[in-house]
Design a protein around this ligand. Structure first.
Ligand SMILES: [Zn+2]
Length: 450
């Protein structure tokens, strides 16, 4: 690895330049901004690294950029899943520099996507380049699948993976995100929760009506409130019939990992201005709830007059947006069906339920050999105990790869806790970026030998 590490150190400046080039190309999937241009730039950077590339254009939706390079002596294949699309940069006035400027300040590269996910993508591509430029080969076959719709729920990825099952076949997958915690320990994430997003809509009269008519005119805001009340109670219990019946409890190996995750709850509560977490949860119990409890969240509600002063009307319409975070082995289809039945059986036939994006939960067992390999590599590169999250509270299309490609998936990356992903002033610490590149290079080597 000596030569490879030396190449990474000698070319760090150039790696940073490449990342800045990519950050400067906006690629906001929510607004369809700069997508095609960014896909082409990713393909160009892959070609500069020495990969064979192709752009996979689905009938609808954003292209996936694919790249690969073959090993001369190994049959094993490691696939990297990344994405080139980014979250919208708003609120722009809260940025200390332009959100697509790629400016460097105090050792950090600023810009939307610097960490999520362009930084991780470039660190992986440069790890591969470092092998190709120094040894003229990679230790294992390498594949890149770079999504253009991750930040909007990857609506077309399933159709693409099913169609290209052979092309995407692999023995193990490194997922898109990760980094070190505040204490400098590298973190491994082995799974993701699922998600189901819905909208509930109640309509009353054809227009807002004077509230003097309230004894006769149905009020959609009250109907919605009662319906929501039938979905969850004050003890945080979800009341939908059969909601918990498929929940698989974590294994003892998983619980062992959870107990070892450092949890700075005081710091977190301070940052959020909270005296207590919900239900006074604390310590390992809080962490277990965060990772293993499914949840139902009202994301937003709107109805009637909400301006200054008062206005005496019965509103025409009421609407709420909800998300359900799901754990193994719940599925969005199952939960949506149960929600529809539950509202119908509770007397809310009049409520319209609209389904939005959804993904299934997924995880790789903590005892899997690939997990052990990545954990050992992490400890070697960072000289600190790795922290293993058997499941993460976030969501993503990991289940598609687990199910269709059928290999282990581990998420590690080069971010740091102050990366501000999805928030104003997203950035990537250059030191973390370069060390993350060495980490990925070492994974390639250790995976070949495992
Ligand atoms: Zn993201």
């Amino acid at each position: 690895m000596e030569n490879v590490y030396a190449y990474i150190d000698a070319n760090a400046r150039d790696f940073v330049e490449t990342l800045i080039r990519l950050v400067r190309q906006p690629s906001v999937s929510a607004k369809g901004e700069g997508i095609q241009e960014c896909a082409e730039l990713v393909e160009k950077i892959m070609q500069e690294v020495g990969l064979k590339t192709r752009i996979i254009q689905p009938t609808e939706g954003n292209p996936v950029v694919y790249g690969e390079t073959k090993s001369k002596k190994s049959d094993k294949t490691l696939l990297f899943y990344d994405h080139y699309d980014v979250q919208p940069p708003e609120p722009i006035e809260q940025w200390i520099c332009g959100p697509f400027s790629g400016e460097i300040r105090e050792g950090k590269i600023y810009g939307r996507g610097a960490s999520d996910n362009k930084g991780n993508l470039i660190s992986r591509l440069k790890a591969v380049e470092s092998f190709l430029k120094t040894l003229d080969e990679v230790p294992v076959n390498v594949k890149f699948v770079v999504d253009g719709e991750e930040e909007i729920g990857s609506p077309h990825l399933k159709q693409i993976i099913e169609k290209h099952r052979e092309l995407f076949s692999a023995d193990a997958i490194i997922w898109e995100f990760g980094g070190t915690n505040r204490r400098g320990n590298p973190c491994l994430h082995l799974g993701l929760k699922g998600i189901l997003s819905v909208e509930l809509r109640v309509e009353g009269a054809v227009r807002d009506v004077h509230s003097a008519n309230a004894p006769l005119v149905p009020n959609p805001a009250w109907r919605l409130t009662w319906a929501l009340n039938a979905i969850k109670n004050e003890k945080e219990e979800i009341l939908i019939e059969g909601f918990y019946e498929n929940v698989k409890e974590p294994s003892s190996a998983e619980l062992h990992c959870v107990e070892r995750i450092p949890f700075d709850e005081k710091e977190w509560k301070n940052e959020l201005g909270l005296k207590e977490f919900l239900l006074k949860r604390s310590g390992t119990e809080a962490l277990k709830a965060l990772l293993y409890h499914p949840s139902c969240t009202i994301n937003g509600m709107i109805s009637g007059y909400t301006g200054t002063g008062s206005k005496t009307i019965v509103p025409r319409i009421a609407m709420a947006k909800l998300d359900f975070r799901l754990v193994p082995n719940q599925t969005p289809a199952e939960i949506f069906g149960k929600l529809v039945n539950h509202l119908r059986n509770s007397g809310f036939k009049d409520i319209k339920i609209i389904k939005f994006g959804s993904t299934e939960p997924a995880k790789t067992p903590v005892t899997h050999k690939f997990v052990q390999t990545v954990a050992k590599t992490a400890e070697k590169v960072y000289e600190k105990q790795p922290v293993i999250y058997p499941l993460s509270p976030g969501s993503g299309p990991m289940h598609l790869f687990r199910k269709i490609i059928g290999c282990p998936v581990v998420s590690v990356g080069c971010s740091h806790p102050e990366s501000n992903t999805h928030a104003p002033n997203e950035n990537l610490n250059i030191e973390s970026f370069i060390r993350g590149t060495k980490f990925i290079a070492t994974i390639l080597q250790d995976f070949a030998l495992s």
